[in-house]
Each structure stands twice: as structure tokens, then as C-alpha cells.
Design a protein around this ligand. Structure first.
Ligand SMILES: NC(=O)c1ccc[n+]([C@@H]2O[C@H](COP(=O)([O-])OP(=O)(O)OC[C@H]3O[C@@H](n4cnc5c(N)ncnc54)[C@H](O)[C@@H]3O)[C@@H](O)[C@H]2O)c1
Length: 434
């Protein structure tokens, strides 16, 4: 099939590449000329495990190409995917200006039937708005379907190639048939394709992310209780996770959720609920708990140093909002850095993939190290903000030699408390006895 993907960021590039990998002819469109030039030259623009190999293979096989010129691709494709940003707008509701802007542009460009597929995360009712924006200028036949994306950065290729489910909100048989044909190679093992009305499909995405955010905030509150009551959140997590109704995954406490999705999607669903005259109490609490948890590690650091961080030097391992990505949007590490700098401390950071993104944002406010061990040289303590695999079994002797004092503040509970204590560390983590 011939497919266009408009918006070539984390979702668009993975979507376009994976559709090309299953034999489709894909053209990815973006307004960012620098990004398109790089991609067209075979340089990948995001770090996503496994993506580069597929990206290069499909460019070579001429199934994947990149352009800034939407007008030039519309006639040659059957389906147009929108993978555009939906950032928080005024008051936190999803800003639809990118999605509706492109929809209006498409209305001026269409001259025959096209299926417009919305992959961006959008509030209920957006498919209607997209339809109306196109229909302003185009009176011919077209369909709009909602096809929310559930990929997780860091494992996006696997998630896309073998999705737990594909959700399709559609209003026509023609749209359903095209979508079923396109997705057939991805669901060969029987993973469900859930066909539904478009409003339910749009809401499904927000409900999914909000539910997952709720699990994290719940466990962060349990961790707060553990700290006050002398319990161990790791034990409680295992204790509840073995109940099949609860499940083992997504029960880790830490320094709050971040990234480009959970914070904005929780906020947007709260706003959508408000607009529908419904007070979504649980989600408001989820958001408030998360905002507080992002400061929790710094509170512990301040307590440890009796409130005076002036002149202290910290080594920070991890900047990305989670491992296996270079994405730093809403990363808890950035909140930690900001607070430490305000308190008069200095930070030397290391992250395997996210340092250039942070450098672009913070410049020389912090120092960047070439390795996780170089970051430690002369530091008063080590802080851990992202659970990259390479941080999980470090050389503790090396850490002990490099730090001025053997102190670790761990926002991701990577190590055994007893083991660290037996090696002479003051080890401060989340929700566990010190
Ligand atoms: N990142 C994720 O993990 C993830 C997962 C599921 C769903 N989503 C949703 O998918 C959507 C896209 O997210 P993302 O993380 O890929 O965003 P992104 O910011 O990485 O990418 C968006 C791209 O759209 C481009 N763009 C903006 N305006 C454009 C226009 N008029 N024409 C063409 N291109 C344009 C930008 O230049 C950018 O490259 C959002 O709604 C997001 O909530 C994201």
C-alpha cells in the first residue's frame, strides 16, 4: 500500500519505518527541513533501539523516503497518517493546532478518496473536527479514522511490530478494510484488532495512559507510607504484584513519571472531563502526587546535608525520562538539576543517549561527563535518575574511590540496601528502610 505519515518525530518515524518494513511504500513528511535533510541522507534523528537498521534497510530498498512537501505526496498515496504533536495548550487541554492545521491543508490538496488516520493522542471529538477542517475546502469522498498509538519509547519497534492490540475507531467499511489490510502483518499471532467507534477509540488512549500514570502515583504514595512506617516498598510491590488482578508490571516507585505522554495526557483528560462537566478526582490526585514526587529525591538530599547544598558537587547518572531513549521531555532529572542549581550546588551528568538534548537546553549550567565514572570525580555524592542497564551493576569500588564521601541517592531503587550498607555506603533510596 502507499502510505504518507505526516509528522516524523518519535511516533511518525517508527510508524513510517515499520510500515515500510512490511512492504509498503512510505513517505514521511515533516515541516522541519533540517530533520528531513538528515533523514533523507540516512541519518537517524532519534535514539530508539533496533530502529536504525530497519530505517536504513527500507531507505535502501526505496520503500521509505522523506520530504517537507505535503502537496507533492497527497496524490500518490492511499492513506495519510497524522503523527503530529498535541502539546498542552492554554490551561492544559490538548492543543490541536498542528492536527487541525494539517487537516485544513489536506482539504486544499485532496482530489480523490483518501483515508486520513489520526495517530496523535487527541481528545474525544477530534475526528469530527478533522473531518470538518478537511470538508471546508474538499467536497469529495474521504474517511477519517482514529488509530491511537500505544508504543513505548525505548521498545517502540517491538511494540509497533508486535502490538498488544491495534485500536481502530472508524465510521466506514472502506476505512475498516484498508486499515485491516495494512495492519494484517502486525497481528499474525492473533493480537486483537479492536474495531470501535471513534470516540471510544480516542478515549481509550487517554484512559490507558492515565491508568498507567495512576499505578505509578499509587506506588509512590505507598512508598511515602513505607518511609513513614518502616516498611519496604519492594516487598509490598512483590506482595501485591503476585496477585493476577493487579499484575507485576508498572508498580515501581521512584521520582515520578515524566516523558512526552503521561504528564500531558493526564492533564488533557482532566481538562476534557472538566469540559464535560465531570470532576475527575482520581486523576487530579495522580497529577498532584506526581508533581510532589519529582521533588522527593532533592528533599532527601537536603535533609542529608541539613538544608545546605551550597558548594556541593553531585554526579548525576541518567537524564532521559526513562532508559533506552534520548527523550528528555518532562524528565524528572531536569527538575532535580534545576533544584540543585537553585540551592547553590553543581552537577556533573552522564547519560548514554540524552546528553546532547540536555546540552541544547541547559548549555553550560551543568557539566557533562564522557562516562558514568568520569562524572563521579570529586563529587560529594552520586544521584541516579534513570535506570539505564549499565547503571545497574556498577563497579562500587570505583564509585567509592571517586566520590569524596560514599553517598548514593538513588531515585530508581537499583541496588540492594543491605549490600550497599555492607560496602560502607550511605544509600538513600525511595520507600525502603535506610
Ligand atoms: N512519543 C511517544 O512515546 C508517543 C506514544 C504514543 C502516542 N504519542 C502521540 O503521538 C503524537 C506525536 O508524538 P511524538 O512524540 O512523535 O512527537 P514529536 O514531537 O517527536 O514529533 C512530531 C513531529 O511533527 C512535526 N510537525 C509539526 N507540525 C507539522 C506539520 N504541520 N507538518 C508536518 N510535520 C509537522 C514536528 O516537526 C515533529 O517532527 C502526540 O500526539 C503524542 O501524544 C506519542
Amino acid at each position: 500500500m502507499r502510505v504518507a505519515v505526516v509528522g516524523t518525530g518519535y511516533v511518525g518515524l517508527v510508524t513510517g519505518t515499520c510500515f515500510a518494513e512490511t512492504g509498503n511504500k512510505v513517505v514521511c513528511v515533516d515541516i522541519d527541513q533540517t530533520k528531513v535533510d538528515k533523514l533523507a541522507a540516512g541519518q537517524i534523528t532519534i535514539y530508539e533501539p533496533g530502529l536504525e537498521k530497519l530505517f536504513l534497510r527500507n531507505i535502501k530498498e526505496e520503500r521509505l523516503r522523506f520530504t517537507t512537501d505535503l502537496a507533492s505526496v497527497v496524490d500518490e498515496v492511499e492513506m495519510i497518517f497524522l503523527a503530529l504533536p498535541t502539546p498542552p495548550g492554554a490551561g492544559g487541554a490538548a492543543d490541536l493546532k498542528y492536527v487541525l492545521g494539517v487537516a485544513e491543508e489536506l482539504g486544499k490538496l485532496l482530489s480523490s478518496y483518501k483515508l486520513i488516520v489520526n495517530k496523535s493522542t487527541v481528545p474525544v471529538g477530534t475526528a469530527d473536527k478533522v473531518r470538518a477542517a478537511i470538508a471546508k475546502n474538499y467536497k469529495g469522498e474521504f474517511d477519517v479514522v482514529s488509530n491511537p498509538e500505544f508504543l513505548r519509547e525505548g521498545v517502540a519497534v517491538d511494540d509497533f511490530m508486535k502490538p498488544d492490540r491495534v485500536v481502530i475507531g472508524r465510521n466506514s467499511v472502506r476505512a475498516r478494510n484498508l486499515m485491516s489490510e495494512l495492519y494484517a502483518p502486525f497481528v499474525r499471532q492473533g493480537n486483537p484488532v479492536l474495531l470501535m467507534d471513534e470516540r471510544s477509540s480516542e478515549l481509550t488512549k487517554y484512559a490507558a495512559n492515565s491508568f498507567l500514570a495512576m499505578k505509578i502515583s499509587f506506588m509512590n504514595e505507598i512508598a511515602q507510607l513505607c518511609e513513614r512506617m518502616g516498611a519496604d516498598v519492594d516487598m509490598v510491590r512483590r506482595g501485591i504484584g503476585s496477585d493476577e488482578r493487579i499484575g507485576k508490571r508498572f508498580l515501581f516507585s521512584g521520582i515520578g513519571y515524566g516523558g512526552s505522554c503521561f504528564p500531558k495526557d493526564v492533564q488533557a483528560l482532566i481538562k476534557s472531563a472538566d469540559a464535560a462537566d465531570y470532576d475527575f478526582k482520581i486523576l487530579k490526585a495522580v497529577e498532584a502526587v506526581n508533581a510532589k514526587q519529582k521533588h522527593h529525591l532533592v528533599e532527601k538530599i537536603k535533609t542529608h546535608y541539613q538544608g545546605d547544598l551550597r558548594g556541593k558537587q553531585f554526579a548525576l547518572w541518567g537524564l532521559a525520562f526513562k532508559p533506552n531513549t534520548d527523550d528528555i521531555r518532562e524528565a524528572p532529572a531536569l527538575v532535580i538539576i534545576d533544584e540543585l542549581l537553585k540551592e547553590g550546588a553543581s552537577v556533573t551528568a552522564y547519560d548514554p543517549e540524552a546528553m546532547s538534548a540536555v546540552h541544547a537546553q541547559l548549555g553550560t549550567k551543568i557539566t557533562f561527563a564522557q562516562s558514568q565514572y568520569q562524572a563521579l570525580e570529586g563529587a560529594d555524592a552520586l544521584l541516579i535518575a534513570t535506570e539505564w542497564s549499565e547503571f545497574r551493576t556498577p563497579d562500587f569500588e570505583h564509585i567509592g574511590r571517586a566520590l569524596t564521601t560514599k553517598v548514593i541517592f538513588d531515585g530508581r531503587n537499583l541496588f540492594e540496601v543491605a549490600k550497599l550498607q555492607s560496602m560502607g555506603y550511605q544509600y538513600i533510596s525511595i520507600g525502603r528502610p535506610q
